[in-house]
Design a protein around this ligand. Structure first.
Ligand code: GLN
Length: 302
């Protein structure tokens, strides 16, 4: 495994200039495009890291899996009346589809879907913003995980489209809280900073039947871990989810900070960071790395 990861890393080390770093807020636009890191954690406890793997980056939409996982044990199947579980085939911040579908987002991993999940969490969990950090820290096995205030503030002040999504859902009755409060919490989630090393560890419970391997805690039931993985496979990369499944063959989730995390149930989790994005908002080099990883190791879910 170590040799293969190293050879993939060396192969792509100079692949810069193939995409575009997210530029909708200054703190993301200023991230050097050549950052590159790969981290793997196996459920047996092996760890492999290469590149800028201790450096933290904005996890952005990867947080959508963590909020869904946090909510899952608190709700029953009625949650699926408020948010769907089908691929969207649309960009992550599309308003058009939401209007057509009467304020019910296609899935929890597009922005509208994640806003609904956050709305529910704020109703159910006192001190939710604090509790989310505690939740992520326990999965990561690290206290050193925080919101980045500069990122959160920039997201908040520039996020007119996201606010529009929330208001549209409110007009259809699919949103209970105050838009400003829910959106602030959403911006905090996006601003969480982690290294690939922390991120791979955090997602290992989804490769381990919902159990945090660090403390044996059942984070989500096996049934929910199976379902969350299915949603990552079908919806984790927005309108590029089919292509990701085709090329990589792992359930995973991307963020516009250039991170991707993916799992092979029963085996491992892998996190890659490379900030240059393609037109769908997914890391170009991250996808290429993962495609080679599954092919060369012969371990995709297919
Ligand atoms: N903060 C970004 C947004 O809300 C997150 C999008 C993403 O990572 N795809 O638009």
């Amino acid at each position: 495994m170590e040799k293969i990861i190293k050879s993939i890393y060396e192969n792509y080390l100079h692949s810069v200039g193939i995409g575009k770093v997210a530029d909708y807020i200054p703190p993301l636009a200023n991230v050097p495009p050549d950052k590159y890191a790969i981290s793997v954690c196996t459920i047996e406890g092996e760890k492999y890291n290469i590149g800028n793997y201790t450096e933290k980056f904005s996890i952005q939409s990867i947080s959508k899996v963590l909020t869904l996982s946090m909510l899952a044990p608190m709700v029953g199947k009625e949650i699926w009346e408020c948010v769907g579980k089908e691929p969207s085939g649309s960009p992550f911040n599309s308003l058009v589809q939401l209007e057509y579908e009467k304020g019910i987002p296609r899935n929890p991993f597009i922005n509208a879907g994640a806003l609904v999940i956050t709305d529910k969490l704020l109703q159910l969990v006192p001190d939710f913003n604090e509790k989310l950090l505690e939740y992520v820290r326990s999965l990561a096995g690290s206290e050193d995980i925080h919101y980045n205030k500069e990122v959160s503030d920039s997201e908040y002040t520039t996020g007119e489209r996201n606010k529009a999504l929330a208001h549209l859902m409110k007009s259809f009755g699919n949103f209970k809280g105050k838009v400003s409060q829910v959106f602030r919490s959403y911006c905090n989630q996006c601003s969480i900073e982690m290294s690939t090393m922390q991120l791979a560890q955090t997602f290992l419970f989804l490769a381990n039947k919902g159990i945090n391997p660090l403390n044996g805690e059942q984070v989500v039931s096996y049934r929910d871990s199976k379902r969350i993985n299915a949603l990552m496979l079908t919806c984790g990369f927005y309108d590029e989810s089919g292509d990701f499944a085709y090329r990589v063959g792992m359930p995973g989730k991307s963020g516009v900070g250039g991170g991707i995390v993916a799992v092979i149930p029963g085996k491992l989790s892998i996190a890659v960071w490379s900030p240059e994005l393609n037109g769908h908002g997914n890391s170009c080099r991250g996808i290429a790395t993962l495609a080679d990883f599954t092919t060369e190791l012969g371990i995709s879910v297919f």
